[in-house]
Write a protein of this length. Structure first.
Ligand SMILES: [Zn+2]
Length: 147
């Protein structure tokens, strides 16, 4: 059975990446609900939150938190949603665990109606604004979690 996120993790499928390390990958959601909507993905395949090993689960949430912090502090987002959908009933569409990081911008509502197909110029814009800071925010948070 093919898995979109496993294919991306193995480099067999293209994605807009803003961060990558040995265990995790951060890509742009191809159907963002707001500009800058990111997905944090473990490289190892686990279907949902209840299947995730604790150490990897912690790492993914720390990376997601670092992205949220980056949006708040570096890109001045007035808010950010960090969430996981586990199970079809919760809206999970790709059955490979992932955490959504959805920056909120002033005066912009989000919802099903704001989901749109990611355009190349929007994607390039987001990558250019997030990628330069991603490693710094992740490594700061990971190192502080070791203390
Ligand atoms: Zn997978």
């Amino acid at each position: 059975m093919s898995c979109t996120f496993c294919e991306i993790a193995r480099g067999e499928r293209d994605a807009y990446k803003v961060y990558e390390d040995d265990d995790t990958l951060v890509i742009l959601d191809i159907y963002p609900v707001s500009k800058g909507h990111l997905l944090v993905i473990p490289k190892e395949h686990h279907e949902a939150i209840e299947d995730m090993p604790a150490t990897l689960l912690k790492k993914v949430w720390l990376v997601a938190s670092a992205m949220a912090k980056l949006y708040r502090k570096e890109l001045r987002a007035p808010g950010v949603n960090v969430l996981n959908n586990s199970g079809r009933a919760a809206g999970q569409i790709i059955f490979h665990f992932h955490v959504h990081v959805i920056p909120r911008w002033e005066g912009q509502e989000i919802g099903k109606h704001t989901r749109h197909h990611l355009q190349d110029d929007e994607a390039r814009d987001v990558v250019a604004s997030v990628k330069p800071f991603a490693s710094k925010y992740v490594s700061e948070l990971l190192s502080s979690s070791m203390k």
